[in-house]
Design a protein around this ligand. Structure first.
Ligand code: HEM
Length: 443
């Protein structure tokens, strides 16, 4: 067994080099990461300031090994540890076992099955309400429009409210927190956490207080609502959820899970919608086929196109796991405490897996389901995105509603990706022109 290959890291220079490699990644983003993994092979070790040994993995066989490993051997919560800076250390996302799984089980039902089906009218209403505010025949940013819309959707779904003022009041502090999470300040503060980067952070403390002021009374009020048992919003379902031992979630756990779902589900879906429009408005045939499904029914083509878009433009370019002891991977021995990075962007574009890996191929997934270890926009294993089905239903419904009620044309060239903190978005936000669509009414 050997240590994994990677850029030079002599012990005497490890401090400055780890800072330089971290800065290079922040500036060079996925393009640089992709080049490094192609150069050194499927397991690459790089020291990064604030993280220690980071080992990037791109080969599907090794991805499978990592994702199906015992969660006590490879820690998922610690692997996505940086998220704690914004999600808070009480979020299920950054917990390890057994706490993570207990919380995950309670959060699963509200995001699947009947509750998910009951959210579809909300997705439609929110889309139509948003469209009514868009300028006709003037370019605007689909990313900005989608963000406002997906915030509206997730706030309505979580709290079960539809009064616009109430939706705004409840959604506002979450939006502030997300905006903060998308700044580079958050990345730097996490890197500098060892010297107090996260301890004194007035802006975070202010937003957190505001969140508590809005969310904790909403939880307390809902607990005593006479119709709690029959309500289908996510908050009510979370309050009613019980483990096999009959245990429920505390108010603080509910608060933390609400933050997790709001933040995990809002920006990622908005970004995907913007990328979808970027691809569709530059691929007339694909657009015509999705339009046909929007008008006549069916989802096969739309789902295939969303899957391909998520492959090419995964909003979250990586996720991670942390080794608890020396760990063997791909013929190399990783030290305890190593951060294994599943390099989603490089895995999704691995030329050994995909023909024309950097091209949008609309029918790539039309007759073949994506492979769980070679298509990773939602991560995988015991931490696979809990909102994957939710976002597929939301994206399909929103896209079809938009195409049924509007015509869209590109107001710019195909977009280049740019990283905003942990999310990769279209550089100019996907500029589009929109016109309300006049649908022929039967005589
Ligand atoms: C296109 C949209 C989305 C993408 C690309 C995405 C991506 C991801 C990724 C990469 C992870 C980490 C998985 C891992 O480490 O293996 C994750 C976790 C998670 N996502 Fe999503 N997500 C999306 C939408 C949503 C939505 C809509 C929700 C909720 C409504 C949601 C809730 C969650 C939760 C709760 C987790 C934590 C799961 C756990 O730790 O067990 N996500 N997501």
């Amino acid at each position: 067994m050997t240590t994994a290959p990677g850029p030079p890291a002599p012990p005497l220079l490890s401090g400055p080099l780890s800072a330089a490699y971290g800065a290079a990644f922040l500036l060079g983003g996925n393009r640089l990461g992709g080049a490094v993994t192609r150069h050194y092979g499927p397991v690459v070790s790089v020291p990064i300031l604030g993280f220690g040994t980071v080992v990037a993995v791109t080969d599907p066989v090794l991805v499978k090994q990592v994702l199906t490993e015992d969660p006590h051997v490879l820690l998922g919560g610690q692997g996505v540890g940086p998220a704690a800076a914004i999600y808070g250390s009480g979020s299920m996302f950054v917990q390890d076992e057994p706490d993570h799984l207990r919380r995950r089980k309670l959060l699963t039902p509200p995001l699947h099955g009947k509750p998910l089906a009951s959210y579809v009218p909300i997705f439609e209403e929110a889309t139509l309400a948003a469209m009514a505010t868009w300028p006709s025949d003037r370019p605007f940013s689909m990313l900005a429009a989608s963000r406002a819309m997906t915030l509206d959707v997730i706030t309505r779904v979580i709290f079960g409210v539809d009064d616009p003022d109430e939706v705004r009041r409840l959604g506002h502090p979450f939006e502030d927190l997300l905006d903060l999470g998308l700044t580079e300040e958050t990345t730097w503060r996490y890197v500098l956490r060892g010297v107090g980067g996260l301890r004194w952070w007035p802006r975070y403390a202010r937003i957190s207080r505001e969140l508590d002021r809005v969310v904790l009374p909403a939880i307390a009020e809902r607990r005593t609502a006479p119709d709690l048992e029959t309500r289908t919003d996510m908050l009510s379902l979370m309050l009613g959820a019980r483990t096999e031992d009959g245990e429920g979630l505390t108010d603080e756990e509910v608060r933390d899970d609400l933050i997790t779902v709001m933040l995990a589900g809002h920006e990622t879906t908005a970004t995907t919608l913007a990328w979808l429009f970027d691809e569709l408005l530059h691929n007339p045939q694909a657009l015509a086929e999705v339009q046909r499904e929007a008008d006549e029914g069916g989802t096969d083509v739309t789902h295939a196109i969303i899957n391909e878009c998520l492959r090419l433009h995964a909003p979250v370019p990586f996720t991670g796991r942390v080794t608890t002891a020396a760990y063997e991977l791909g013929g190399h021995t990783l030290p305890a405490g190593a951060h294994i990075v599943l390099y989603i962007d490089a895995i999704n574009k691995n030329p050994a897996t995909y023909d024309r890996p950097d091209e949008f191929v609309a029918d790539r997934f039309l007759h073949e389901r994506p492979n769980n270890f070679a298509w990773l926009p939602f991560g995988g294993g015991i931490k696979r995105c809990l909102g994957a089905s939710f976002s597929m239903v939301e994206l399909t419904t929103v896209l079809h509603t938009m195409l049924r009620n509007g015509t869209f044309v590109a107001a710019g060239k195909p977009e280049a990706p740019v990283r905003r903190s942990v999310v990769v978005v279209p550089r100019h936000g996907t500029r589009v022109r929109y016109r309300p669509r006049k649908v022929a009414v039967d005589a």
